[in-house]
Design a protein around this ligand. Structure first.
Ligand SMILES: NC(=O)c1ccc[n+]([C@@H]2O[C@H](COP(=O)([O-])OP(=O)(O)OC[C@H]3O[C@@H](n4cnc5c(N)ncnc54)[C@H](OP(=O)(O)O)[C@@H]3O)[C@@H](O)[C@H]2O)c1
Length: 240
């Protein structure tokens, strides 16, 4: 059985690829950066192809290549952005752009992989953010787009049951590429770490571990849920 990862060269995508490789799983990786992708593919023994998820034709080609042996059973959409701006500095186009990358592209990947995932009793994993369930300053764009991802997760879970499963993970801040624009100094890192009951910034592998579980048969009775992996940030207060 093969798992297809979109955004495999990102922090979470590559941590998950390494975990699945260690577990002996067959992998198909996609990313935009050809060099980083081929290095990771070599390291994990995976097949791969470059793919910009804003291009539906490229998503379709990736799904077809991943399912060449008819055994596609896992799909992970680990692509995303952190677009921060107060609402007054946004416009219709900025919402469309963020929605397109985070929500519509995920929906396209699910739509194109639906048949093999159902045939192979598979599972999909999407990514939301802690900023959907808790309001943060300057998060209107990304919260709205990832809120759509959460709705998509539940709707598709209903459409696919009982043949295939889909869940999402809602991380708080992780020490990966897209978060570097907020992790700009040691002071900022420390301040953000202290906002979590488990007082540190998240690691890609914290989230990859949950994704691996949600792909596995051990989670076979779980579908349509959004799981916080957030150091307790959404639900727990340790002070005041
Ligand atoms: N990091 C956080 O603090 C955080 C918090 C909440 C939610 N999340 C979510 O967690 C998921 C994993 O993110 P991460 O933390 O692993 O961030 P990351 O290391 O920056 O990875 C994001 C990936 O998205 C890829 N990507 C962006 N635009 C793309 C496009 N048009 N086509 C194909 N790939 C594209 C990037 O590829 P390139 O390398 O080519 O740019 C990168 O590999 C994302 O859905 C993100 O929104 C992350």
């Amino acid at each position: 059985m093969t798992t297809l990862i979109f955004g495999a060269t990102g922090g979470v995508g590559s941590a998950l690829a390494r975990r699945l490789c260690e577990a002996g799983e067959s992998l198909f990786l996609t990313g935009r950066d050809e060099e980083a992708l081929s290095t990771l593919a070599e390291e994990t023994g995976a097949r791969s192809t470059t793919c910009d998820v804003l291009d539906t034709g490229e998503i379709e080609a990736a799904v077809e290549a991943a399912n060449a042996d008819g055994d596609l059973s896992g799909l992970v959409f680990a692509v995303g952005s952190i677009d921060l701006a107060p609402l007054r500095k946004t416009d219709r186009d900025s919402f469309h752009k963020v929605f397109d990358l985070n929500a519509a592209s995920a929906a396209e990947a699910l739509r194109l992989a639906e048949k093999p995932l159902k045939e192979n009793r598979g599972a999909a994993v999407l990514f939301s953010t802690v900023a959907v369930q808790q309001g943060f300053m300057s998060h209107a764009l990304i919260s709205a787009a990832k809120g759509a991802v959460e709705g998509l997760t539940r709707a598709v879970a209903a459409e696919w049951a009982p043949k295939a499963r889909i869940n999402a993970i809602a991380p708080s801040v992780l020490d990966t590429g897209i978060a570097q624009k907020v992790l700009t100094s040691e002071k900022m890192r420390e301040g953000l770490a202290q906002m979590h009951p488990i007082q540190r910034i998240g690691e890609a592998d914290d989230v990859a571990a949950m994704a691996q579980f949600l792909l596995s048969r051990d989670s076979g009775w779980i579908t349509g849920h959004v799981f916080p992996v957030d150091g307790g940030r959404k639900s727990v207060r340790t002070r005041g």
